[in-house]
Design a protein around this ligand. Structure first.
Ligand code: BMA
Length: 844
């Protein structure tokens, strides 16, 4: 509705300035959509004529030629209404009335009784998003505006058919060894005749499986059955589907034909199928988890259970981020836009996305792209941050929705894990807003969905895909759901609590499925959404475009952890962006250092749904933030890091550092490692070298000389870095012992060289005279569509950064070398140090 009002010029763009505030009436209204479509006699000659809606948002009544033919009340459910009786040859009038989603939710709350729920962040009203089966974040989230809309959000069609039609096809891979795979294909559908009792209706199914390069691999015929048909296929020497970084993504083609008694084809489907198995391996750490087993892990770990995703019997370290709806109005997300966003995840070396429970069961276009690129998908069922009532009609709506979406999506090889809810179990343990609902036992709050209904649906319809009740969850209601030692964790006490991102070092999750740090959108996105006069950090418009309560102030506080906060908005923007990149680096590198104790790190969040300061790495207009460039580095298959040698005690400082070499690669990593301590002129203070041979898919820890500590950790005129003989400048690991305000960075001095190649490409080489930190080329200041391939270079004196520019425009070297375009932390820090020694990294 909002987008139609916008197209009709009746409202201002709610993404710009504070226009959103004047649109709240839209969600309070009922709306009608009407159209006329034509049918010819051949359509009407069929036994059935259905009006099929892939998505109605949300409480709708459908009228055909003024007759009510059906009602809908779940945005996430496909509806099919038999319309034969009311359809006529020629013009037919279709009208849909959408009831106000705000009113629906409030009325449902009255009907089933209120339950606690949070989520709206700084939005003006906390609406009960858990009282309606509609995308929760449409009611506002701590990164999303409050734009509860109505409308036809996915395609609709008239389907005319006789005898029978095909429904969802669910190919399940029950085995995928090197030599043989087994595919169990369930074919759903519907028929007019009572074929269950008279299987002699003569209808037949033919299933054909072709190999990735074409050529039939298996072909089978079966009698049609109204209650579903099953094909079992064995495939020798299968070409298996792998997550990216672990192998290729070959896909077979599965074709299913529905034939009538005379052998005529009456329905047909074709899907691309990947041969892979998926397993969530949960095993207790052996009591013999000796020092030796853990010699490559940071010290200080306790014991618990593994939480490892295993694809084709191969444990996978999951690297990625959380996915939210890419637009508040998801019908605007085209297949091209899905592709662009998922390619951004892949280019940042991610191999997994978690589709978060306050959003959507995503479109096939999303999953198709993930299938093609080998990006694993963890799909939440749609429950987030609330106590969900289990009373009718909600229970049945949830069951129908779960069955519908599992049946719709299970064919995608990328979909490897279903998850019950986002934070709803955790909330009942820790959140004051949830009160004592779990222990009081008086009201339902959703546990019946997570522990009973949803696992049953998975068992029925997608038994080969693992299910896990919650993010976070520890495997048993007797354990704290957000424990380090079990299951998966959300780590929010850093951004929301102890602030300074060094506190990630106090955590040791088995799988970090959420943790995040805010940063502003890119500069052109700010220009497109915040009017010039409002471009100050705490202006009304800037605060409006940060939906966390006090989010903008918090981002400033986080700058203040390390820097003297500059007065200028642009400087604040740069430091907040750098801070986000550093924080995600710290978290992800630390969790990778703990592999295989930890088997995944998904940060919050990949994308945004509008222009906003949030935890996203790609902003609301699709532009990569500095955090995205950092991700490219910290998720590369081979990663060298400098990290504490042991889990850091609560709010403490590391006692000593180690180098960790994470080799997420199928070949071993042989190289020569050099670790250097230098002063701020780049002069070497001490150095030590070691030969390394890191086996495939493992981490090796190399301790730094104990004589370096504690001195090397509390001198602001020292920098430690590690590199390998074959590594490049950007593969280097760095440890700056003190915060920036205490570091006397040299003034930035560069010589530049711009090269143009015959294809029009431009490359800027920037040679730094002194040590420089986080050097960036802000090319999108010159053209919002221009990009560079890398950012955030740390350079030793005399070294060069290389920026490959992609842009429609030609630039002058002087333009690029201007300090508003070529920027680093050195540009922003007062070179006079204020203090040389500090006790603890977290003391400020
Ligand atoms: C977690 C998520 C989201 C939220 C994010 C940032 O709670 O599951 O609900 O947006 O943190 O606060």
């Amino acid at each position: 509705m909002h987008t139609d009002l916008l197209a009709a010029g009746l409202i201002e763009d709610p993404y710009v300035d504070q226009n959103e505030s004047s649109t709240h009436w839209i969600g309070e209204c009922d709306w009608w959509y009407e159209t006329v479509f034509t049918l010819d006699d051949s359509a009407l000659a069929h036994d059935r004529l259905d009006l099929c809606f892939e998505g109605l948002d949300t409480a709708a009544e459908v009228f055909l030629n003024d007759q009510s033919i059906g009602r809908a009340e779940n945005m996430h459910l496909r509806y099919r209404f038999d319309a034969k009786r009311w359809a006529t040859a020629g013009d037919n009038r279709l009208a849909i009335r959408f009831a106000s989603p705000v009113r629906y939710a409030l009325e449902m709350e009255q009907r089933v009784g209120p339950r606690p729920g949070i989520g709206a962040g700084a939005n003006p009203r906390q609406l009960p998003h858990h009282m309606i089966r509609k995308m929760a974040c449409n009611f506002g989230w701590d990164w999303g505006p409050q734009l509860p809309t109505s409308g036809i959000w996915r395609p609709w069609a008239v389907e005319a058919w006789s005898h029978a039609r095909l429904g969802d096809i669910r190919p399940a891979v029950t085995r995928a060894d090197e030599s043989n795979a087994h595919l169990r294909i369930s074919v759903g559908g519907e028929s007019q005749e009572a074929t269950e009792t008279s299987p002699s209706s003569g209808l037949r199914l033919r299933a054909v499986l072709s190999g990735p390069a074409g050529g039939v691999v298996a072909e089978q015929i079966a009698d049609w059955r109204a209650d579903g048909c099953l094909f079992e296929m064995d495939i020798d020497d299968p070409e298996r589907w792998w997550p990216r970084g672990y192998g290729k993504q070959p896909r077979y083609t599965l074709e299913v034909y529905l034939l009538d008694a005379s052998g005529q084809q009456i329905d047909y489907r074709s899907h691309r199928v990947g041969l892979r198995t998926s397993e969530l391996r949960i095993a207790p750490d052996s009591s013999a988890s000796s020092e030796d087993d853990r010699k490559n892990l940071p010290g200080g770990l306790t014991t618990g259970e593994s939480f490892t995703l295993v694809i084709n019997d191969q444990p996978v370290f999951c690297k990625g981020a959380n996915w939210i709806p890419d637009d508040c109005f998801p019908h605007r997300v085209t297949p091209e836009r899905y592709r662009e966003r998922i390619e951004q995840a892949a280019e940042a070396n991610m191999n997994m996305l978690r589709v978060w429970g306050g959003g959507l069961y995503e479109d096939h276009a999303f999953f198709e792209t993930c299938d093609e690129l080998g990006v694993l998908v963890w799909q939440d069922f749609l429950f987030a941050c609330a106590c969900y009532p289990e009373e009718q009609p909600l229970w049945d709506l949830v069951e129908a929705e779960a069955r519908d979406n599992v049946a719709r999506l299970s064919r995608h090889p990328s979909l490897v894990l279903w998850n019950g809810c986002n934070e709803n179990i955790w909330g009942t343990f820790d959140w004051p807003a949830f009160g004592d609902i779990r222990t009081a036992g008086k009201e339902t709050w959703g546990l019946g969905y997570y522990l009973d209904l949803l696992p049953r649906v998975i068992e029925d319809l997608a038994a080969t895909t693992p299910y896990w009740p919650g993010s976070p969850f520890s495997g048993s209601m007797d354990r704290h759901p957000n424990a380090n030692e079990y299951g998966n964790r959300h780590i929010w006490d850093v951004w929301n609590g102890h602030g300074n991102y060094h506190n990630y070092l106090t955590h040791f999750p088995r799988f970090a499925s959420e943790f995040g740090f805010q940063g502003p959108p890119t500069w052109p996105t700010i220009e497109a959404s915040i009017p010039k006069a409002q471009r100050q950090w705490l202006s009304d418009a800037s605060r409006h475009h940060n939906k966390q309560i006090d989010g903008q102030q918090r981002a400033l506080d986080r700058i203040a952890d390390a820097f003297d906060v500059p007065d200028d908005f642009d400087d604040q923007w740069f430091l907040a962006s750098v801070n986000q990149a550093r924080a995600l680096t710290m978290g992800c590198e630390w969790f990778r250092a703990m592999s295989p104790w930890c088997s995944g790190t998904l940060y919050w969040q990949l994308n945004d749904c509008w222009p906003v300061t949030s935890w996203a790495a790609v902003d609301g207009q699709g532009r990569p933030k500095l955090a995205w460039y950092a991700t490219q580095r910290f998720f590369r298959p081979r990663l060298l890091t400098l990290m504490p040698d042991a889990v850091v005690e609560s709010r403490g400082v590391p006692q000593a550092l180690a180098a960790y070499l994470h080799n997420d690669h199928e070949q071993s990593w042989r190289d020569r490692l050099t670790i250097s301590a230098c002063d701020l002129t780049g002069g070497t203070v001490d150095e030590f070298t070691a030969d390394i041979d890191v086996p495939a898919r493992s981490v090796q820890r190399v301790d730094l000389p104990s004589s370096w500590f504690p001195e090397m950790l509390n001198r602001s005129d020292r920098v430690v870095f590690a590199q390998t003989a074959r590594g490049e400048i950007q593969d280097r690991a760095w440890w700056f012992p003190e915060f920036d305000r205490d570091i006397a960075y040299p003034s930035p001095r560069f010589t530049t060289r711009l090269e143009r190649d015959s294809a029009g490409g431009q490359t800027l080489y920037v040679k730094s005279q002194g040590l420089v930190r986080e050097l960036c080329l802000q090319i999108d200041r010159l053209d919002p569509e221009a990009r560079v391939d890398t950012q955030l270079w740390n350079l030793l004196p005399g070294e060069s950064a290389v920026f490959r520019i992609s842009s429609m425009h030609r630039y002058l070297e002087d333009t690029l070398a201007d300090p508003t375009i070529l920027r680093s932390v050195n540009h922003l820090v007062d070179p006079a140090p204020t203090a040389l020694f500090r006790d603890a990294v977290t003391s400020r």
